[in-house]
Design a protein around this ligand. Structure first.
Ligand SMILES: O=c1ccn([C@@H]2O[C@H](COP(=O)(O)OP(=O)(O)O[C@H]3O[C@H](CO)[C@@H](O)[C@H](O)[C@H]3O)[C@@H](O)[C@H]2O)c(=O)[nH]1
Ligand SMILES: [Mn+2]
Length: 938
């Protein structure tokens, strides 16, 4: 099915940058030539003007893309930003200047022919300079704003510590109940004081936590844990390494000698094969907890058994019906309880060691002299469907937390799937990309956590904790201001898009009227001009329009791909000093940003879009062509990265010995903003802290939707390199299979062996290449990317096991190819609505369709092939999300999950039909998932 595009809708998706803005112009842009393309069908994906994209320079007026200056008519209007706690006019005397600097200083332009954005006038520098010259300057280190004139001598505190308004508010002065950084006493006003105090207090060190305390503390804990071990005769080095994890690395500094006194140190022990140390470790739940738990279950089981026998043996003959009914209910209840308990018998915990990961993949060695990262790439998928229900600001924050992740920049690619096809989401993402230029270096420089600005600035805790750099206070304030402006820009987007569209539409209407008059027809006759939604460069938005015209409504629009941030260089790039151009000094900070791509798959009436699963599958294909990361992290738009090391934690499992059998690493879902009593059981504590841990002991937890790192080859429906078959109850007879060798495995319906480069003979290769289109569709680039992803996802060679091949160390340090227009065109062709016709997408490949809880089914199918999964609970939550806090939404959600479970129960995915590669208890657990709507009411 090929739709013809209206001429305007096939014009390239481009964003204009308005000229002007003296200070920084950060338009809605990436700094790179964008391959900006939109197309309605794969046959003619690129227009001439789309090739190579228009070069959009962040600076001023260089518009070599051919936007006619003469045509441009700027309509400027001023937006007054309401005073926030951090942006309050300083003092009365300052009012004139500082007022201009941040209130009227921000001009938002938008409307006809110009992009919506705020131009911040160069003023903050001036006010900085002023503060410096004035006599009383804020006493916080790194801050040079003018101090507030307190009622007394120096400042708002009785100690006279001088402090500017911003610092004062940030320290929790006024009504925040905070403490004065000078005297560390709670703020209060006292009328008598002397000037001497002031001088002393000025000289006091910053209230930063002292390193000495910190060190002492840690060392003591090390010593203590050694004592507890009671000097085992055969000292376990690995154990020791894990014990000292995260303190000092390895050395002899804290190696205690006889008696483990504070002064005695020994040389460190020989560690032997350094490279072979495990990245992860499984720790059973301690016997002290699990034994009583098991005993309790047993006791209850016995009691239940006795009770039921008694009930059955003593029928009540007077009311036999009542008795029978209650017996049935009781038996059913007992059954469901057993189903619930059985899988929980052997839970496990896991720990990772990030320093070994770093040592193995990121330290300079012979093959990799520059110490470039040898870690595999990760593609991050974020799904959003409706900007009304999922506010663009939330999505923007999630994206920012991803862009600022602590993982090699050139290895991360972030994709936003917009199922709404909304211009609002598109422009919000463009704004996000430009704000990320400030936010991400700031996070890297000062080790900000969490890297979601809304969450970070909303934190109640002391923001100076663990911050050591002198410029922190000043830079934090600037970034906060910038973020507040960013928020205003995002929140004003709907209005400015509407205004702009109205202006364009009115213009179109006028032109149509004029034409009509020239043609000499009846003027009073109404003419129909479609009410389009316009992009800032004066072209039609190819996605959905506010007026929902044909070809431009939800469920009927073209596929759109836009790289908002180009793939970064492989080399580190450092920034420059703070100056008029740069908000923060970045001379020692990597300022590169990961690739960021907006994707909205094509939708047409008559095609089933399969909701999130369909969106994810479109992303799997697009990303295979654009970045092809061997691992994929999936996040809902309302779940952000709370721990910037989360990806590294996940990769520890994937890259550890035996990790080649892991199809995904699931992280727990944690929620914020839930009322303390958790009225609607949003936290699901039992599920996320007990059931999932228990399943982890049974070859792996279920996939529950968001916060999960996948292996790409597992998503493609391949079987793991090795699998174990469990026959009989409780897996008494185990059979090991080596699936990579094509001859060994018996051909099953669901069996696809991993593609191995050059390992199979030519006949097999031919057959496979013939089968590929049937399985994955017609894209040859996609087919070609599969073995590459498989290779890149392998373990290092020295970890290889029998029957498998590893990749050689250092094979992933090579830079990736730059993105070109042809690649983007191919990426668009694989998100067309008919691409999946007659393929196995959604059946055996990718996210599985046909269930509203696509996640559980997708995970189940992988387990069924013999893959294992891992549940990764990190000390600091890896991801956090928002949960429905009103009852209607929550009930809808629960109902949807229950419906999904029933669907699973009545499908081929019922665990009763599982393959022998699943353990007995694992099947029980999955069976229970399908059963729970019958056995219990949530
Ligand atoms: O047509 C659609 C519908 C939804 N989504 C996205 O899918 C995600 C989940 O949808 P939501 O309605 O928020 O469902 P929740 O109940 O909040 O999510 C849980 O349950 C879903 C279904 O089991 C899982 O897919 C999710 O990952 C899991 O977090 C959101 O990011 C949506 O934007 C799409 O991309 N396209
Ligand atoms: Mn959700």
């Amino acid at each position: 099915m090929v739709k013809t595009a209206s001429p305007s809708s096939s014009s390239p998706v481009t964003i204009t940058v308005s000229s002007g803005g003296r200070r920084r112009s950060m338009g809605l842009t990436s700094p790179i030539p964008r391959a900006s393309v939109s197309a309605n069908n794969p046959a003619s994906p690129l227009r001439a003007s789309g090739c190579g994209g228009r070069r959009i320079s962040g600076g001023g007026a260089s518009k070599d893309g051919g936007i006619e200056e003469s045509n441009t008519e700027f309509v400027s209007y001023t937006v007054h930003i309401p005073p926030t706690p951090d942006r309050r006019p300083l003092t009365a005397s300052e009012d004139g200047k500082s007022g201009t600097s941040f209130i009227s200083g921000t001009i938002f332009t938008g409307g006809y022919n110009s992009v919506t954005r705020g131009h911040v006038m160069e003023c903050s520098m001036e006010s900085d300079a002023q503060a410096k010259t004035s006599s009383s300057v804020c006493g916080m280190k790194g801050c040079d704003e003018e101090a507030i004139k307190g009622r007394l001598c120096g400042g708002p505190c009785e100690c006279g510590f001088k402090i500017c308004r911003d610092c004062y508010l940030e320290c929790g002065g006024k009504n925040g109940g905070g403490k004065c950084p000078g005297c560390k006493e709670p703020y209060k006003y006292v009328s008598d004081d002397d000037e001497d105090d002031e001088e002393e207090d000025e000289d006091q060190p910053l209230p930063l936590p002292s390193m000495a305390e910190f060190k002492l503390d840690k060392r003591l804990s090390v010593v203590k844990s050694f004592k507890a071990q009671n000097h085992p005769p055969d000292f376990d080095h690995t154990r020791w390494l894990f014990e000292t994890k995260g303190t000092y690395g390895y050395g002899n500094a804290v190696w205690p000698k006889d008696g483990y006194g504070p002064n005695g140190f020994d040389p460190p022990p020989e560690f032997g094969e350094k490279a072979r140390r495990p990245l992860t470790r499984k720790v059973g739940v301690s016997a002290a907890i699990i034994s009583p738990y098991r005993l309790l279950i047993l006791l209850r089981l016995a009691a239940l058994g006795l009770f039921l026998t008694w009930r059955v043996r003593h029928p009540n003959h007077e009311a036999i019906w009542l008795w029978a009914m209650s017996i049935t209910c009781e038996l059913w209840f007992a059954f469901s309880w057993i189903l619930d308990q059985l899988p929980k018998l052997c839970p496990v915990n896991r720990v990772t060691d990030l320093s070994i990961l770093k040592g193995r993949f990121e330290s300079p060695n012979l093959r990799n002299p520059k110490g470039r990262s040898d870690l595999p790439g990760i593609d991050v998928f974020v799904s959003t469907a409706d900007p009304e229900k999922e506010p663009p600001l939330v999505t923007a924050n999630t994206i920012l937390s991803i862009l600022a992740i602590d993982y090699p920049v050139e290895k991360v690619a972030c994709y936003l799937s917009d199922d709404g096809g909304a211009l609002l989401t598109f422009e919000a993402l463009a704004e996000t990309a430009s704000f990320a230029r400030i936010w991400v270096p700031f996070c890297r420089k000062h080790h900000i956590e969490p890297r979601n600005p809304e969450a970070y600035f909303g934190q109640k805790r002391d923001f100076l904790k663990n911050k050591v750099r002198l410029d922190f206070v000043r830079e934090r304030r600037r970034v906060k201001r910038e973020y507040d402006e960013f928020k205003v820009r995002i929140n004003s987007l709907p209005e400015s898009i509407r205004r702009r569209s109205d202006a364009y539409n009115a213009h179109e209407e006028l032109r149509a009227k004029k034409k009509q008059m020239e043609a000499g027809s009846n003027v009073s006759e109404p003419i129909k001009v479609p009410k389009a939604t316009w992009m800032s460069d004066g072209s039609h938005w190819p996605g959905t329009w506010a007026s929902a015209e044909q070809d431009h409504s939800r469920g009927d629009h073209a596929g759109i791909i836009q790289a908002m941030l180009a793939p970064p260089n492989a080399e580190l790039e450092f920034g420059t000093e703070t100056d008029g151009e740069n908000l923060i000094g970045t001379t020692d900070v990597d300022i590169r940003l990961p690739m960021l791509v907006y994707v909205s798959r094509e939708k047409r009436p008559g095609y089933d879009h399969n909701k999130k699963a369909g969106a994810m599958n479109a992303l799997v294909r697009t990303s295979a062509i654009m970045s092809n990361g061997p691992f994929i992290l999936n996040l809902d738009c309302d779940h952000y990265i709370y721990n910037s090391l989360a990806m590294r934690e996940g990769m520890c499992f994937m890259l550890d010995r035996g990790g080649d059998r892991i199809c995904y690493v699931q992280f727990p879902q944690r929620f914020e903003g839930i009322d303390p009593s958790d009225r609607y059981a949003n936290h699901n504590t039992v599920f996320f802290d007990v059931s999932m841990r228990a399943l982890d002991g049974l070859q792996g937890p279920m996939y529950v939707g968001t916060g999960c790192i996948f292996r790409r080859t597992a998503l493609y429906g391949f079987s793991p390199p090795r699998a174990t078959e469990h026959h009989g109850w409780l897996g008494r007879r185990k059979i090991k299979l080596f699936l990579r060798k094509p001859k060994v495995s018996k051909k099953e319906v669901d069996e696809v062996c991993l593609p191995i480069n050059g390992d199979h003979n030519d006949d097999d290769a031919d057959i496979e290449s013939l089968l590929l289109p049937r399985r994955f569709g017609n894209s040859t680039s996609l087919a070609a990317s599969i073995p590459v992803a498989e290779y890149q996802g392998r373990l290092l060679q020295d970890l290889q096991e029998k029957g498998t091949q590893g990749r050689s160390a250092g094979s992933l340090v090579v830079p990736r190819e730059p993105l070109d227009a042809a690649t983007v065109a191919e990426a668009i062709s694989v998100i067309s609505c008919f691409y999946e016709d007659k393929t196995e997408w959604g059946k055996r490949v990718g996210w599985i369709y046909g269930s509203v809880t696509e996640d559980v089914v997708t995970g189940y199918r992988m387990h069924n092939r013999g893959w294992r999964s891992v549940y990764c609970v990190t000390k600091r939550d890896a991801f956090r999300g928002t949960a429905p806090i009103n009852l209607t939404d929550r009930l809808h959600q629960v109902l949807r999950w229950a419906t999904g479970s029933v669907e699973i129960f009545f499908s081929r995915n019922n665990a009763l039909l599982a393959s022998p590669r699943m353990k007995f208890l694992q099947r029980v657990a999955y069976f229970n998932v399908g059963m729970y709507p019958f056995t219990q009411c949530f």
